[in-house]
Design a binder for this molecule. Structure first.
Ligand code: NAP
Length: 259
C-alpha cells in the first residue's frame, strides 16, 4: 500500500537469463514484497533449467520488440544476465533500454584468469580459434557450445570431441564425436575425459564461472594448450555487476525492490 492508501502495482523486473547467474538472481528476488520478476529465456535448449518464478520463453523480435514488451508489461528495470557470448541479446537490450528509458544493468561474471603453467592462446573469435588449431594439435576438445561447432567444420585433418547440451546441427567436422552433457563438471571428470580421448588441444570460450573452469585446470595439469576465445565487449556506457549480490543492490536502489 502506498502512503496515500492506494494499492501500488508491484515493481516489475525483467531478467534476461539462460545462465546460472540469471537463475540465482531470480531466486534471490523471489518472494520479495511488491515485486514481480519475469525471467526470459531464448528457448535454445530443449530442456532448459528453469528459474523460480515467472518465466517467458522465446525471442522478443529484435530491439523494437523488446522495447514494446518493456512498455506493455510496465517493466521498471532490466538485468541482462545472459551468457557473456550472447552479444546479440545484450546489444538489443541496450537499444531497447535507451529507447524506453528503462534502467538496464549487465550482470556479467568475470572471465577466466590465467595462472602459472597455463598455455593459453587467445583468439578474438571462433573463426580465429579454428585458424590456430592445426598448429597446436590433432585431437581437439571443443567445449565452445553447440552453436559454435560450425566454425570448425572445415578442419578435415583434425579429430573433434565436442561437448554440448543438445545435439549440434550441420555443418559439422568430418571426424567428430559428440558428448551430450551439461555442467557443472569436476576436475577428476575433466582430467579423465582429456586422457581417455587423448586430447592434445582444448578450445573454450572465455565464459568464466566455476561450473566450467575445471577443464582449464585439467589442461594445465596435462600441459595441454588451450585456445581461449575472447569475450565480446559489453555495450558501452552500461553499469555492470560481476555478481548477483551487486545486481540485487542495484535493483534495490532503482526499482522499488525491498529486502
Ligand atoms: P544471441 O545470439 O545474443 O541472441 C540471439 C537472439 O536470441 C536475440 O536477438 C533474441 O531474439 C534471442 N534471445 C537471446 N537471449 C534471449 C533471452 N534471454 N530471452 C529472450 N530472447 C533471447 O544469444 P545466444 O548466444 O543464441 O544465446 C541464447 C541464450 O542462451 C541466452 O539467453 C544466453 O544466456 C544462453 N546461453 C548462451 C551461450 C553462448 O555461448 N552464447 C551459452 C550458454 C547459455 P530476439 O531478437 O527475437 O529478441
Amino acid at each position: 500500500m502506498s502512503p496515500d492508501g492506494r494499492t501500488r502495482t508491484p515493481a516489475h523486473v525483467l531478467v534476461l537469463g539462460g545462465t546460472t547467474e540469471g537463475r540465482a538472481l531470480a531466486a534471490a528476488l523471489d518472494g520479495r514484497p511488491g515485486l514481480r520478476v519475469t525471467s526470459s529465456l531464448a528457448g535454445r535448449v530443449s530442456q532448459p533449467r528453469l528459474p523460480v518464478g515467472e518465466v517467458r520463453i522465446g525471442g522478443f523480435g529484435g530491439p523494437d520488440g523488446l522495447a514494446d514488451w518493456l512498455r506493455a508489461e510496465a517493466v521498471d528495470a532490466v538485468v541482462d544476465a545472459t551468457h557473456p557470448f550472447a552479444a546479440g541479446m545484450s546489444h538489443n537490450a541496450a537499444l531497447a533500454a535507451a529507447a524506453t528509458g528503462v534502467p538496464l544493468l549487465v550482470l556479467r561474471r568475470p572471465g577466466f584468469a590465467p595462472v602459472a603453467g597455463d598455455r593459453w592462446h587467445l583468439a578474438p573469435s571462433l573463426t580465429a580459434a579454428a585458424a590456430l588449431l592445426p598448429g597446436l594439435g590433432r585431437r581437439v576438445f571443443l567445449s565452445s557450445g553447440r552453436q559454435g561447432i560450425a566454425a570448425f567444420a572445415h578442419l578435415d585433418g583434425l579429430h573433434f570431441l565436442a561437448r554440448s547440451v543438445d545435439r549440434p546441427e550441420p555443418p559439422l567436422p568430418l571426424s567428430l564425436e559428440v558428448l551430450l552433457d551439461r555442467g557443472p563438471f569436476t576436475l577428476d571428470g575433466e582430467r579423465e575425459l582429456l586422457r581417455e580421448h587423448r586430447i592434445d588441444v582444448v578450445v573454450t570460450k572465455d565464459s568464466g564461472g566455476a561450473a566450467t573452469a575445471p577443464k582449464l585446470t585439467a589442461a594445465r595439469e596435462l600441459g595441454l594448450p588451450v585456445v581461449v576465445v575472447e569475450r565480446p565487449p559489453v555495450p558501452a556506457g552500461l553499469p555492470v555487476s560481476p555478481d548477483v549480490a551487486g545486481a540485487v543492490r542495484w535493483l534495490e536502489q532503482r526499482a522499488r525492490v525491498r529486502a
